[in-house]
Design a protein around this ligand. Structure first.
Ligand code: M6R
Length: 358
């Protein structure tokens, strides 16, 4: 039930620290990482991991790419389900396919799974609905443990997907005896992420104010970043547009100047994610380029990368895990803009919770 909340979206955003703790309990009973060993061996023996998903789950897959590549040394491709199935690229010799799906019922993903089964490929579904079609039909399945997600806009399932990807990547890397995986303390990082999210949730009022100032009269916004900051920009933009109906785009920060910057007008909100050390200065430069064309810029950074003009600062976390916390201000921003406009945040127009047509 909703309890004191006005919407499931708001409730589900607040549940996120608890979701991370539940995931840790599930995957680390007695503090020992527990995942089917045969699954780990089959991923470890593959020469390429393909992550297949749609929408927000695809965005979680993009964040997963770096995690898997860094912790397992296996190359990763992240594919949109609706494109992949009908345009199968030349596959590697020993591919392993991971389907990310909150509902486990997305028709675009199911179509790909059916095609891959015809080719006798190995598949895993990571889903929030443990008896869903995709969970049943893949060779393996892993649970997201986010608890029922009712709001159409996916929030807690997105962070759960990244958390489970991180745990799985570590487990596969350890199976391969890789030191990067051995020294990656995923339990500690996910607990720190839970606290970082709680701190942001406790700053809700500030985010509500920012939503009111930046989106007072604006009908178009841009989210930019590099690396995971770019993937965060894509997800933040989707969240805003689906619940607030404000037109928005997520962009790789360096690409803005290659055309899209023409759309920046006086007071256009440009939200920049400065969350990656090696590109922090470049990203700030791109945010500045937008500001000098009149954009009203809002910077989300981390303690380590923080500068005094930044409006929202996330506690430091391993850069692979940081998106779990850094998406939260954007979820809240989308929620408050939508609420201020009187929208039905849980059931935005034209959308359904699970998309069962191709
Ligand atoms: O259930 P799935 O994760 O397979 O759904 C995929 C997308 O339809 C979904 O993530 C959608 O983009 C979100 N509801 C957006 O918030």
């Amino acid at each position: 039930s909703l309890g004191a909340y006005d919407s499931y979206m708001s409730k589900e955003i607040d549940e996120q620290p608890a979701v991370l703790r539940r995931i840790l309990k599930h995957y680390f009973p007695d503090q020992q990482l527990k995942i089917n060993n045969q699954l780990l061996q089959q991923i470890a023996a593959s020469d390429r991991i393909y992550i297949v998903a749609a929408g927000t789950s695809w965005h979680a897959g993009l964040v997963g790419k770096q995690l898997f590549e860094d912790l397992t040394d296996i190359p990763v491709e992240v594919q949109l389900a609706s494109e992949f199935g009908y345009h199968l690229p030349k596959l590697s010799a020993k591919p392993f396919f991971i389907f990310l799906s909150q509902s486990g019922e997305t028709a675009d993903s199911r179509q790909v799974l059916v095609e891959l089964k015809k080719l006798h490929k190995l598949t895993l579904t990571i889903t929030n609905v443990e008896n869903s079609t995709l969970a049943r039909e893949a060779d393996y399945s892993l649970a997201l443990k986010a608890g029922p997600e009712i709001a159409v806009a996916s929030t807690k399932a997105y962070i759960a997907q990244i958390a489970v990807e991180a745990i799985l990547a570590k487990a596969v890397g350890e199976n391969l005896h890789l030191t990067t995986a051995q020294s990656f303390d995923v339990q500690q990082q996910l607990s720190l992420a839970a606290s970082a999210i709680q701190t942001l949730i406790d700053k809700k009022d500030l985010i509500e104010q920012l939503a009111a100032t930046y989106f007072d009269n604006q009908e178009s916004a841009f989210f930019i970043g590099r690396g995971n900051g770019y993937y965060l920009a894509l997800e933040a933009s989707l969240k805003l547009k689906e619940v607030s109906y404000v037109h928005s785009e997520g962009f790789a920060a360096g690409e803005l100047k290659h055309g899209t910057i023409a759309l920046i007008e006086q007071d256009t909100p440009v939200i920049g994610f400065v969350v990656e050390e090696k590109t922090a200065e470049l990203t700030r430069g791109n945010i500045q380029e937008a500001a000098s064309r009149g954009a009203n810029t809002l910077i989300i950074s981390t303690e380590k990368l923080q500068q005094k003009q930044d409006q929202l600062v996330i506690a430091d976390l391993d850069e692979h895990i940081l998106p779990i916390a850094a998406i939260v201000p954007a979820q809240l921003l989308a929620y408050y803009v939508a609420k201020k406009r009187g929208n039905n945040v849980d059931q935005p127009r034209n959308l359904a919770k699970s998309v069962t047509v191709e």
